[in-house]
Design a protein around this ligand. Sequence first.
Ligand code: SAM
Ligand code: SF4
Length: 331
Amino acid sequence: MALIDHYGRKHDYLRVSVTDRCNLRCIYCMGPEGVKQIPHERILTYEEILEVIAAGAALGITRVRFTGGEPLVRKELLHLVEESSRIPGITELTMSTNGILLPQFAGLLKQAGLRRVNISLDSLKPELYGRITRGGDLGRALAGIEAALEADLKPVKINIVLMKGINHPEVPAFLKLALEKELHLRFIEYMPIGAQGTEHEQYYLPLSYIHEVAAGMGVPLSPAESPAGAGPAEYFSLPGGRGTVGLIHPISQHFCHSCNRLRLTAEGYLKCCLYWQKEFPVRPALGDAAAMQKLLQEVVRLKPEKHLMGAHRGAGGISPQAMRGMSRTGG
Ligand code: SAM
Ligand code: SF4
């Protein structure tokens, strides 16, 4: 039986947050003190995560993305990747990472069955990268990107949160990167989630800005085929470019009508919308495959039609569920 909600949306994609911990503290994701860490015993074990994935696979989940926090800071992650790849029905395993640990792990992840990675990179200037990530080393992130390309974790996608007054002057440098390298950029609108107060208001810049910059550089964006697993981004090519440019507008043009995703938090809660407060504990269903499948069906049944993220812009505040932040929910 498939996971189809009230609005006819079929769910075949599960995003699994394997940890809330991270080796960076990006300004849009968490406060300067980082996140209050969840004690180990409250985090799902790999065996428990595998149970949820297997129940999902029996209901038509085919794609799984590991995220966090930073997934590569959790010990023995390769074991989870390898075991997930053995679950019948799971055809694509991917990961969102900041890339810092990829030089060490890219080849091993590929061998374990990971198909491809999305890597966060919000600046190409060492000093600004360090400021945005609160201490990250740009050289290591770039080495991570090279390692992913070498290990054939392709298409390699680069996630850039566009922030007015912070990294928006770097859009030309990023576009140049997509011209020269086989990298698929994804500019993401700053979401009112995780950060404190009304910062999202001051940083927010609509993605139409990317079109303007590209046109000004003489490389106007034209609609393109999406690289594998395109998700909610609309993709464009640059004349003569090796990579592509994707735009993700969670706020100005939400993509809820085609949302096919479910999320599992590190603490063991299912969420069917990043921006919806309701979450469902999986622990009571552990050890009982039928109960886990029933729970997944119930979560999908209750999925709201769309999120209200845009409604919070201009309201001078953000909702409690948004305050929880991406690193806790799994971005
Ligand atoms: N640590 C990994 C990484 O950075 O890719 C995976 C987890 S991170 C929470 C997943 C994605 O969420 C990243 O691409 C990050 O840029 C994005 N993200 C976090 N907070 C965001 C916000 N307030 N607005 C838009 N994107 C955000
Ligand atoms: Fe860590 Fe990713 Fe959040 Fe940055 S965006 S703090 S790398 S979890």
